[in-house]
Design a protein around this ligand. Structure first.
Ligand SMILES: Cc1cc2nc3c(=O)[nH]c(=O)nc-3n(C[C@H](O)[C@H](O)[C@H](O)COP(=O)(O)OP(=O)(O)OC[C@H]3O[C@@H](n4cnc5c(N)ncnc54)[C@H](O)[C@@H]3O)c2cc1C
Length: 571
């Protein structure tokens, strides 16, 4: 019966800023010790009241809602100067409340690379297994034999994980075409350390419903802990330093309720932990005078400590969708264009949590490497050289139209979206000098490096080979683009630049490094403390130093699990 060390409504041992993937893990794990008090400040609302966040099929309907920060990327030369959205969750649960739920750990070599970079083998693939398993409750369906490796998975973690349980027409031609075209060998489990090939896709879905950071890590039992306070609608606006402290010490967070306009301050007795994500963590540091001096000054803010790596090294997976028309009317386009059908399926989902809406339009996931003799390697060294398990790109086949452009009024489609998973393009996050408190300037750097566009070109041509497989003739699969572009690098590049989006898997804007790394190369040390100041840690996607060879959610979850142990051991 140890009383929490919460001495008032405004003073806590830890103040965590941001209740997304990382913040929810930390709030849960740190309050396992009932003598430690935690305030979780979240800018968005509680994760209740929107069915789109729960029913997997309709998740993308949240994209334009108030559960999204609705950021856009600055015009990208690599995307023919288009301005495209950069989605981020603005709700308890963060981006895990609005994301595509794809559950990927990445290749073993990703984790071994981080371990070598940090000189700390506790980060390697084998040693991270306990965290992967701690995150996951894998729930196999009755038909899933041979579709995953049971020894790979956790069975009692907060995040429910499952495969698509809907028996759709597309499953058979997908696997047959992979075989006939020779493009992808079957891989029984892409989460066993080697994702290369085609596998059954794993989703953060349990019982037909989204499993998010909020539903998993902040469930009712956790919320009932007296040493945890969750305060929603509270956007941290600035960290305030203790006057005269040396090294400069931060213990106070200023926040604003964007609904009522009310402002307030809270204090952390031990640490402020920033978990506001890859865009808002660097933005908050910059607004607090912590970042590259020139960027801070340009925004009219007094620089306090020069931290050159804040907001730099931003890296994400540019994504390129492309579509084929098919002659079956069994694609999910039928649901999207027919509200009566959608409502029938929603009734089924409401009644029994079964049916087409229990999953997205994806069922398989494909990871590939460029051939070692690809011409680009004459001029660019392979970022994944010698790592047979590390994909250069990914392809996701959807049972419907998935282009950014509106779906044609008639017809049925299958869409393949390609992600460049080992990008060499880099971008940045800075404050807008015209409005430093408003949306940051997000420069994804998309397709600014020739390697990335080469990779996507190769990926699309590989997909075209996949669609030439005999099985697709049954469905009269026809490209919804001029097939001549496949024979011209410049025409294909034009397609890619006109149709790609900037990504959803950004990392590295406050990256972790060794304790004794050269000054300014990273932002936090191995203990997740911001270097050069006292009282602030960062734990979220922004600390992940390299672009993951898969989607980013699981890496963030397990980094946060590991960080929680490090913080508990070294409070
Ligand atoms: C549309 C979309 C689709 C995606 N699909 C997938 C997928 O299928 N699979 C996958 O693995 N990954 C996917 N991702 C990526 C994955 O969701 C993120 O990498 C992950 O959630 C990042 O975790 P985080 O804790 O760093 O940030 P987030 O989960 O984004 O959480 C940050 C939280 O901080 C809050 N916040 C921000 N600023 C402040 C502030 N100043 N004060 C208080 N709170 C603040 C935000 O509101 C948010 O709740 C997707 C992301 C998006 C947006």
């Amino acid at each position: 019966n140890v009383l929490p060390r919460q001495t008032s409504d405004t003073t806590f041992d830890y103040v965590i800023v941001g209740g997304g993937a990382a913040g929810a893990v930390l709030a849960n794990r740190l309050t396992e010790n009932r003598s430690v008090s935690v305030l979780l400040l979240e800018a968005g609302p509680d994760n209740t009241g929107k069915i789109e966040a729960v029913v997997p099929y309709i998740y993308s309907r949240l994209f334009g809602s108030d559960w999204n920060w609705n950021y856009t990327i600055v015009p990208q030369p690599g995307l023919n100067n288009r301005v495209v959205p950069y989605f981020r969750g603005h709700v308890l649960g963060g981006s895990t409340e609005i994301n595509g739920m794809t559950y990927t750990r990445g290749p073993a070599s990703d984790w071994n690379r981080i371990a070598n970079y940090l000189g700390d083998q506790s980060w390697n693939w084998n040693n991270m297994q306990s965290y992967f398993k701690k995150n996951e409750q894998f729930v196999p369906g009755t038909n899933d034999n041979g579709r995953f490796l049971s020894s790979t998975h956790g069975t009692s973690g907060p995040i429910g994980v499952s495969l698509n349980q809907v028996n759709q027409w597309i499953l058979e031609p997908t696997l047959t075409a992979a075989q006939q075209s020779g493009v992808w060998a079957f891989n029984q489990d892409n989460n066993d350390g080697d994702p290369i090939g085609i596998s059954w896709q794993q989703f953060a879905i349990k019982g037909g419903q989204r499993s998010s950071a909020a539903t998993g890590y902040l469930n009712q039992q956790v919320r009932a802990r007296s040493n945890l306070k969750i305060q929603v609608n509270s956007r941290a606006t600035r960290l305030v330093p203790v006057a005269g402290s040396n090294p400069l010490t931060f213990s106070t967070v200023e926040y604003k309720n964007d609904v009522t306009g009310a402002t307030g301050q809270v204090t952390a007795r031990r640490d402020i932990i920033l978990s506001a994500g890859v865009i808002d963590t660097p933005a908050l540091l910059l607004r607090s005078g912590l970042g590259p001096t020139a960027d801070v000054q340009a925004a009219g803010i007094t620089p306090l400590v020069n931290l050159p790596a804040v907001g730099q090294h931003f890296v994400d997976h540019a994504g390129t969708p492309i579509a084929w028309q098919v002659n079956t009317t069994l694609t999910d386009d039928e649901i999207d264009k027919n509200s009566t059908l959608l409502n029938q399926l929603l009734d089924e989902w409401n009644a029994s949590k079964t049916g087409r809406l229990t999953t997205t339009s994806l069922a398989h996931i494909q990871f590939s490497r460029l051939p070692s003799n690809a011409s680009i390697f004459q001029t660019v060294s392979d970022p994944q050289e010698g790592k047979a398990d590390a994909p250069h790109f990914e392809a996701l086949l959807a049972n419907k139209w998935t282009l950014l452009a509106p779906r044609p009024a008639t017809g049925n489609f299958v869409g393949m979206t390609h992600f460049c998973l080992s990008p060499l393009s880099r971008g940045s996050v800075r404050l807008n000098p015209q409005n430093p408190q408003g949306a940051p300037l997000i420069d994804s750097g998309s397709l600014s490096h020739p390697f990335d566009i080469f990779t996507l070109r190769y990926a699309i041509r590989q997909t075209a080979r996949f669609f030439q497989a005999p099985v697709w003739r049954t469905y009269n699969a026809q490209p919804v683009f001029d097939p001549a572009i496949l024979d011209s690098d410049s025409a294909l590049d034009e397609y890619i630049r006109n149709n790609s989006f900037g990504g959803a898997h950004g990392v590295a804007t406050a990256k972790i490094g060794k304790a004794n790394s050269p000054a300014g190369t990273d932002v936090v040390g191995p203990d997740f403390r911001v270097k050069g100041v006292s009282g602030v840690r960062v734990v979220d996607a922004s600390v992940i130093p390299f672009s993951p060879g898969g989607h980013a959610m699981v890496p963030v979850y397990v980094v946060a699990e590991k960080a929680a142990d490090i913080i508990k051991a070294n409070p």
